[in-house]
Design a protein around this ligand. Structure first.
Ligand code: ADP
Ligand code: ASP
Ligand code: MG
Length: 337
């Protein structure tokens, strides 16, 4: 199958904030429906707070804290089950929760939480939310199909932040999603998760569904990659802290990555690089204000009057200042410290 015959899609990635409850999912699905002529490929994150809750529960299971495990499981179940509309999806959710519980029991019994097990546990967030997005798109009359990215995104076994094997993954993406796109089907893909050659579940690092979006966009030669979140784009400061922060209409990849690294987590650092290199426009857009123009990430930043474009900060940082005449020369000084 030649890649030319696959329609050039747009990739629409929805972050957890855009999938927080059934109204938000409905809203996101509506945005997809309005763009159906642009051949959307939907990439979903876990619902808001779910990945963190899964990690917290895994740690509680390790500490044999049954109360926290069952409280968290009840919360996770309620959030997904009450959002699901159709009996088929409710059944899927029940099936996934049975498996999830088995993993927590395993951690508790073995008294061990390996990075590999943690990745399996974390994968449930996207495996669950993608069903909710699928049924909502279908309820709007769209023909949509869910794809578990572990079937085509291959990585090494660096659990927790696995490296993608692009040479394997790109042809697989085309082979798997191409036929659906040709038929006018909207693919719904689990972001953030992948698998090794021998089928072990991996994750691409926290916030990694941006990476999944970038990957799909590059491999399918998308016309645009849209990162949908709950703010009007990359802002001059964290809008939760600075009330009059303003959205930036353009920002270079380098600047966005730098800001993301220092806490402007609206965009996962570095993951957008492949899209920028492929010269695919990347936009950050707001599901709550979809007509706002958002922020476009560009390769090189144009000169502007304001040389400082945005400010980011990190909490809980310690700075250690070391002064010693002994540090002049000796090898291994810092490692001793
Ligand atoms: P999503 O679930 O959509 O991935 P995130 O919570 O990961 O969303 O990122 C969006 C959040 O990033 C915003 O709600 C905002 O509070 C925060 N944020 C921090 N710094 C910035 C910034 N400079 N510009 C925009 N958002 C920022
Ligand atoms: N659900 C994952 C996380 O919370 C990935 C993502 O949201 O991009 O880190
Ligand atoms: Mg995010």
């Amino acid at each position: 199958m030649s890649s030319k015959s696959i329609p050039q899609p747009i990739v629409m990635k929805f972050g957890g904030t855009s999938l927080k409850d059934s109204d938000r999912i409905q809203n996101a699905a509506q945005l997809v429906s309005e763009r159906k002529n642009q051949h959307p490929v939907v990439v979903t994150s876990a619902m808001s707070g779910v990945t963190s809750k899964l990690i917290e529960t895994a740690e509680a299971a390790l500490e044999k804290n049954k109360t926290i495990v069952s409280e968290n499981l009840a919360w996770l179940h309620k959030v997904h089950f009450t959002t699901a509309k159709t009996p088929e999806v409710q059944k899927e959710i029940t099936r996934l929760f049975q498996k999830l519980e088995e993993h927590f029991t395993g951690v508790e019994m073995l008294g061990e939480l390996t990075p590999r097990t943690l990745d399996i546990i974390c994968s449930f967030g996207e495996r669950l939310s993608s069903w909710l997005m699928l049924e909502t798109l279908q309820s709007l009359g769209l023909s949509a199909e869910r794809f578990d990215s572990r079937e085509f995104v291959r990585t090494n076994n660096q659990f927790g932040s696995a490296e993608i094997s692009w040479d394997f993954t790109c042809p697989q993406i085309k082979k798997t999603l191409g036929p659906a796109l040709k038929k006018g089907i909207v693919p719904v893909i689990t972001g953030y998760i992948a698998a090794t050659e021998d089928g072990q579940t991996t994750t691409l690092g926290r916030g990694g569904s941006d990476y999944s979006a970038s990957l799909c966009g590059v491999c399918l030669d998308a016309t645009e990659i849209q990162i949908w979140t709950d703010v009007d784009g990359m802002m001059t400061a964290d809008p939760r802290v600075i009330k009059n922060a303003k959205p930036l209409s353009q920002i270079s990849f380098q600047e966005a990555a730098e800001l993301a690294y220092f806490g402007a987590k609206v965009l996962h650092p570095k993951t957008i690089q492949p899209a920028i290199d492929a010269e695919i426009p990347v936009k950050i857009l707001n599901t709550q204000n979809p007509t706002a123009s958002g922020t476009t990430i560009i390769k090189d930043s144009p000169q502007t009057k304001n040389s400082i474009k945005a400010i980011a900060f990190k909490k809980g940082i310690s700075v250690i200042n070391i002064c010693s005449s002994r540090m002049l020369g000796p090898y291994g000084f810092l490692s001793k410290i």
